[in-house]
Design a protein around this ligand. Structure first.
Ligand SMILES: Nc1ncnc2c1ncn2[C@@H]1O[C@H](COP(=O)(O)OP(=O)(O)O)[C@@H](O)[C@H]1O
Ligand SMILES: [Mg+2]
Length: 324
């Protein structure tokens, strides 16, 4: 279906995850940028008609601008791969590794990189062993301030910073609203940065790290999607040597998790300059206030150029015969 006037691209946005609205905004931006780059773009919600639509239309590439559940957990990518439709972004198995925060953290920790200590609890274990006993062990082994978060999810939904141990039960309940498994992690105090990684065919390259400075100190859902609640510094104000180390840590995490095309790796840099790995996002937010687009701007490139490079790389990938 490709011609000299660009590729036929289906941008997927929406879905039924908790991040539906964010995805709709990401998808619109991606569709506009790809259209500006000369591609023929259809923006579509993933729904019960999607798989037959793609099987009939056979677009050159699908750009799944989907956040949360089926878009980021590998389910949809696995199906599109089975259909033979090329997609921008990580493979289904790599997406599964990154989607699970405890699995991603274990893999990154095993490479020797700095990852906050944590305890991972299923809802069942919590009920089976009794909340009081479980929470006592958690408090004793992870002394100090904690972060409680759903093992899977995004946009800080269900995430709490626990500074008073009495707030731990409430934080657990909030997190279990979003997932069956919850991570209780040591809070790292420092400067939060997000590092985009892009690979349009010549290897993964870190974009300038974006520094996040929420007005009320916590990068919550509200702080993310309401204008003026967070100040972003792109590039970050951190020292050049620290920026270099964080950029290398992001590329390292992208490679260690087997990610492809694009990702955003989040860190907190402590007072000693160590970047602590928080999580890897296989389809980071691409809205007008999102971090990866800010990083693209800071790199001197444009969204049209970068997304176009990604769809072209994804389309080229399948042109290689299986036998080679
Ligand atoms: N260990 C931690 N120490 C300090 N802050 C954290 C920690 N883990 C998460 N946070 C804060 O919570 C936010 C959301 O956590 P994160 O793991 O990135 O989940 P999400 O997928 O919802 O973005 C982060 O942006 C950061 O501000
Ligand atoms: Mg995050």
């Amino acid at each position: 279906m490709s011609d000299s006037h660009g590729l036929s691209v289906v941008v997927l946005a929406g879905g039924i995850s908790h991040e539906r609205d964010v995805s709709l905004r990401s998808g619109r931006r991606v569709a506009d940028a790809l259209a500006a780059a000369g591609h023929r773009v259809v923006l579509r919600d993933p729904d019960a008609g999607l798989l037959s639509f793609l099987a009939n239309e056979r677009p050159d590439v699908v750009f799944p601008a989907l956040h949360g559940s089926s878009g980021e957990d590998g389910s949809l990518i696995g199906l599109l791969t089975a259909l033979g439709v090329p997609t921008v972004g990580s493979s289904a198995s790599a997406a599964r590794r990154a989607w699970s925060k405890p699995i991603a953290s274990s893999l990154i920790s095993a490479t020797g990189a700095a990852v906050p200590d944590s305890i991972v609890l299923s809802h069942e274990s919590f009920r089976e062993l009794g909340a009081a006993g479980v929470l006592r062990v958690v408090r004793e082994s992870l002394a100090g301030e904690l972060v409680v978060k759903p093992a899977m999810g995004g946009s800080a939904q269900g995430v709490s910073i626990v500074t008073d141990p009495n707030d731990l039960p409430r934080a657990m309940v909030d997190a279990f609203t979003y997932a069956e498994v919850v991570v209780v992690e040591r809070r790292i105090v420092g400067t939060e940065i997000a590092v985009g990684v892009i690979d349009t065919g010549s290897g993964p390259v870190a974009l300038p790290p974006v520094e996040i400075d929420p007005t009320n100190g916590i990068y919550s859902f509200q702080a993310r999607y309401n204008a003026g609640e967070t100040t972003f510094y792109a590039p970050s104000r951190l020292d050049a040597a620290i920026i270099e180390m964080a950029s290398a840590a992001a590329v390292h995490a992208h490679v260690a998790l087997g990610l492809r095309d694009l990702s955003r790796i989040d860190f907190i840099v402590d007072a000693a300059g160590t970047p602590w790995f928080l999580e890897a996002n296989v389809m980071p937010g691409l809205t007008e206030t999102s971090l990866l687009p800010l990083a693209i701007d800071a790199s001197g490139s444009s969204a049209a150029e970068v997304y176009s490079g990604l769809v072209e790389a994804a389309a080229a990938r399948v042109k290689v015969p299986v036998s080679e």
